[in-house]
Design a protein around this ligand. Structure first.
Ligand SMILES: Nc1nc2c(ncn2[C@@H]2O[C@H](COP(=O)(O)OP(=O)(O)O)[C@@H](O)[C@H]2O)c(=O)[nH]1
Ligand SMILES: [Mg+2]
Length: 321
């Protein structure tokens, strides 16, 4: 209603007196009579993400900030940061981020009931989210294949689908929650299956809750996140379809979601942004998944190995002399 009145007011086509009489007729209060609370859309517009977040997103390939007056301040801050970094890289030499690839993806089990869930073996990373948010597309994009079925029709994934990522780890595509197509009994069955799996699986390393970047956290998501939190399952938010937002809106969305998940104890605070369509952010997510499943170690680990090698060589040299 408030939105309607503001639209009417902004438009020069409608004369103010006519609006007031129309609104009075319809038994509505006019803008003058009420204090207008700001809408969610306005609140969203007012968010000011940090220059650091912009910089991170630009690096991941989510576009660049326009050189308009509106972003002049941010550009200045960024320039200062870049100059500082230049000084540093002059000394150390910049290291480009390597490209990570997953080994061949293969489907190995589907479970409609908990008794058909395969026994625990390799570590697992599960993908959950509302139907149609882009979970299956994300799996395909990560593994650079098309074997995971994707669809425009909500509710196609009606079972837990287990995939081997070579012999490294498993990815699990889970049924979408919170859509109106399946009947109540069916939905309850799926929810039970997911809850059993999530709360009892020892090899489950991380649950990625996939959200559509355009929408953020919805009511159905909150229910699911509360369930995860109550079962003490560590989860992390992945925003996908980020190609459908311009950079400032994406940065704002991330800021909102980061704020929303502060209430959950078991949420990983960092929010991941990706696009399965353009592959932005996908390499970074691959890297994080390899870290999670212990197939990549922190920099210090490789440095320590190098040190050991050097020491060995020196000892051998000393012996030879
Ligand atoms: N633009 C865009 N569309 C996407 C992206 N990811 C998925 N989609 C589309 O969203 C729809 C649902 O995707 P799907 O992976 O089947 O969703 P799921 O139900 O969560 O598994 C499909 O039409 C996809 O083409 C993305 O990153 N960008
Ligand atoms: Mg799917």
């Amino acid at each position: 209603m408030h939105r309607l009145t503001t639209i009417f007011e902004k438009s020069s086509f409608f004369k103010p007196q006519r609006i007031t009489s129309y609104l009075n007729q319809a038994n509505y209060k006019t803008v003058a009579e009420t204090t207008v609370p700001i809408s969610n859309r306005q609140k969203f517009k007012q968010i000011q993400p940090s220059p650091k977040l912009y910089e991170k997103l630009e690096k991941l390939g989510f576009g660049t900030l326009l050189r308009t007056k509106r972003y002049a301040g941010l550009h200045k801050q960024k320039q200062r940061q870049e100059q500082k970094q230049l000084k540093w890289t002059d000394q150390a030499g910049s290291v480009p981020e390597p490209k990570y690839h997953f080994p061949l993806l293969s489907f190995f089990a589907g479970a409609k009931i908990h008794t058909s869930i395969p026994p625990e073996s390799l570590e697992e990373i599960a993908f959950v989210g509302r139907s149609n948010v882009g979970k299956s597309s994300l799996l395909n994009s990560l593994a650079e294949t098309t074997i995971v079925r994707t669809s425009d029709k909500p509710g196609l994934t009606q079972q837990l689908n287990f995939f081997n990522v070579g012999k490294l780890f498993h990815m699990v595509d889970m049924p979408g929650y919170g859509f109106a197509f399946a009947d109540e009994a069916e939905r309850a069955k799926w929810r039970e299956l997911m809850e059993t799996y999530i709360s009892s699986r020892k090899t489950l390393k991380r649950v990625y809750v996939v959200l559509d970047a355009r929408h953020g956290i919805k009511v159905a998501d909150v229910d699911f996140l509360k369930m995860l939190d109550s079962k003490r399952v560590k989860f992390q938010i992945v925003l996908t379809k980020c190609d459908l937002l311009v950079l400032p809106d994406l940065a704002k969305r991330i800021t909102v979601v980061e704020n929303d998940i502060k209430q959950f104890r078991n949420a990983v605070q960092a929010v991941i942004a990706v696009s399965s369509k353009t592959s932005s952010g996908i390499n970074q997510l691959r890297k994080e998944m390899l870290f999670l499943t212990n197939h990549l170690k922190p920099k210090e680990f490789y440095e320590a190995i190098e040190e050991q090698k050097k020491e060995k060589l020196e000892r051998r040299k000393r012996k030879d002399h």
